[in-house]
Design a protein around this ligand. Structure first.
Ligand code: TXA
Ligand code: MG
Length: 318
């Protein structure tokens, strides 16, 4: 029997009983549990096989609820919350003493967001506790953007995927932290940099590969398909480097007209938003075709192209 269901009351029941439920958001599906239940939080880490040093995002029903989670809200955090919540932005702020160390991996900060999905907002409004929810994929795998992706990963471990359809934005939230009250981007994501800067001015980016990353979404190889993946400017010449191989290609907007490869076009309308929304489901699909290699086309480095390139880069072995 399928674990995919639209029954919000059942999700309320399971979460209240300290069980996990996969929840829809506008970015990707999350693997959710009560932030105050040690049992639920430990099972998030064990289900994902996620290392305990990698902290979780806390999901709250409204910007007003932020006061229950953090001790200090910088002026620019308020501006950002007004501009983008509910939405695809996570703020990292000083945590208050109620937030368990297990959620934050012992850090004195907590990552928080108000997701923009009516099903999960309705769920959060009925629960007396916030939900911790990392993306609902095994550690290092491609994030899920459809209920079936989660079911394929966790049908033996999980009782329920709350069905909210396909995720509208399709890549993870943009994570913004603060140093001396100045905002810094820790992870590029579903918001275009230009839109964030329109709200709070020029902003630094720390989205680099690091040994001990601030946000382990930044570990070098992350969001990765099982198939060996390349990211290049010129897909046609990369194809020539792999003779006699079964090749899948992922291109932005224009077909290559090559009958010998399996091609997915991310947006025939040249829309970066549409391409982002299709990105992970296309990688999931290519990964089912038993290909030898996937060759992805690099995007223009503006708008969401920057975030898409970041995820594609992390999907490669390079
Ligand atoms: O769109 C999203 O953000 C999705 C949906 C489900 O909300 N969630 C998501 O969670 O992508 P996850 O666990 O896959 O990524 C959370 C990222 C990790 O890279 C983690 O290191 C970072 O957030 N993070 C969490 N708490 C942090 C903190 N206190 N300081 C810095 N980074 C933090
Ligand atoms: Mg993740």
């Amino acid at each position: 029997m399928s674990i995919i269901s639209k029954d919000i009351q059942k999700a309320v029941q399971l979460l209240t009983d300290e069980q996990l439920v996969a929840i829809p958001t506008e970015t990707v599906y999350g693997l959710a549990g009560n932030i105050f239940s040690e049992k639920a939080i430990k099972s998030i880490f064990s289900t994902k096989k996620r290392p305990f040093f990698n902290p979780l995002i806390v999901h709250i029903p409204s910007a007003e609820a932020l006061e229950n989670v953090v001790t200090h809200i910088p002026e620019k955090a308020k501006l950002l919350a007004d501009a983008f919540w509910p939405g695809s932005m996570t703020l990292v702020l000083k945590k208050n003493s109620k937030i368990p160390d297990l959620i934050t991996a012992g850090k004195d900060t907590v990552a928080v967001r108000v997701p923009n999905h009516h099903v999960t907002l309705a769920l959060l409004e009925q629960l007396p506790f916030p939900l911790a929810a990392p993306s609902a994929n095994p550690f290092g795998s491609i994030s899920p953007t459809k209920p079936s992706h989660v079911e394929n990963y966790f049908k033996n471990e999980l009782q329920m995927v709350l069905d909210g359809g396909a995720c509208k934005n399709g890549i993870e939230s943009t994570i913004i932290g603060f140093e001396n009250d100045a905002p810094i981007i820790y992870r590029l994501g579903a918001l275009a940099l230009e839109d964030i800067e329109a709200a709070v001015g020029k902003i630094a980016i720390k989205n680099k590969k690091e040994q001990s990353p601030d946000a382990p979404g930044m570990l070098a190889r992350h969001y990765a398909p099982k198939t060996r993946t390349f990211l290049v400017d010129d897909v046609a010449s990369e194809i020539e480097k792999h003779p006699n191989k079964k090749i899948g290609i992922l291109v932005f907007k224009d077909t290559l007209n090559d009958e010998n490869v399996t091609e997915i076009i991310l947006s025939k309308n040249s829309s970066m938003e549409e391409a982002a929304a299709n990105l992970y489901s296309s990688l999931h699909l290519l990964d089912t075709y038993n290909l030898d290699v996937i060759i992805a086309e690099r995007f223009p480095e503006n708008g969401l192209g920057k975030s898409i390139n970041d995820r594609l880069q992390r999907a490669t072995f390079a």
